[in-house]
Design a protein around this ligand. Structure first.
Ligand SMILES: [Zn+2]
Length: 204
């Protein structure tokens, strides 16, 4: 904890002091982020760091496994998505998964979290991803299966986004674009889903 307090002092003397005008402007004119960034709670994924984004640029939603609930399930994540799209008028939504995701490990092996009531219930809510992996990637194991699961999970969440009427409407009029990313924690690389090739390719 002491480290965080020191960090706040360091932020105030350093970054804040040298960007005071930006923070004052954000405080008076409000936020106008162009991007809704949906990612995992994992501490190794730091959206503003990996995108070099300034305060006010990313509207961020985080949960275990970067899950977008289906449109029939109201909740905090759905509320944040609607607010970002309908009120803040973001132009992009990025669903960003990451390597070594504990949520996906749990989805592949639900028994490993059976003793954790809330974690296992959350994991059960993504049963469609597990079913898809079992069907499509039964021949894979270990790292390869985990990688496939991380990718399929991002694609499943993009599908959920498209099923929200206010998102479909904006996509149809070209005002909103969806992107699927994977952040490689160990390499610092970001992979972007290319619908044309049907695979995740290094972001250029
Ligand atoms: Zn994760």
């Amino acid at each position: 904890m002491q480290k965080l307090v020191k960090g706040i002092h360091s932020f105030q003397r350093g970054f804040f002091a040298s960007h005071r005008a930006l923070f004052e402007q954000l405080a008076t004119t409000g936020q106008h982020p162009e991007t809704l960034f949906i990612t995992c709670s994992d501490s190794r994924v730091v959206p503003t760091l990996i995108t070099d984004a300034a305060p006010g640029e990313l509207f961020i939603v985080r949960n275990v496994g970067n899950v977008v609930p289906t449109a029939d399930l109201p909740g905090g994540t759905a509320a944040a998505i609607q607010y970002a799209v309908e009120v803040l008028n973001v132009e992009n939504v990025i669903v960003c998964g990451h390597t070594q995701c504990g949520a996906l490990k749990a989805i592949l092996d639900p028994q490993s979290v059976a003793h954790l009531e809330y974690v296992s219930r959350w994991v059960q809510s993504t049963i469609e991803v597990k079913n898809l992996i079992d069907e499509k990637y039964a021949h894979l194991s270990g790292e390869a299966k985990l990688t496939a699961a991380i990718q399929e999970n991002v694609l499943a969440q993009l599908e959920h986004l498209r099923a929200y009427p206010f998102i479909a409407k904006r996509m149809d009029s070209g005002k909103l674009h969806l992107n699927g990313w994977i952040f490689d924690v160990g390499k610092g690389e970001v992979f972007d889903y290319d619908p044309e090739h049907g695979e995740f390719l290094p972001l250029r």
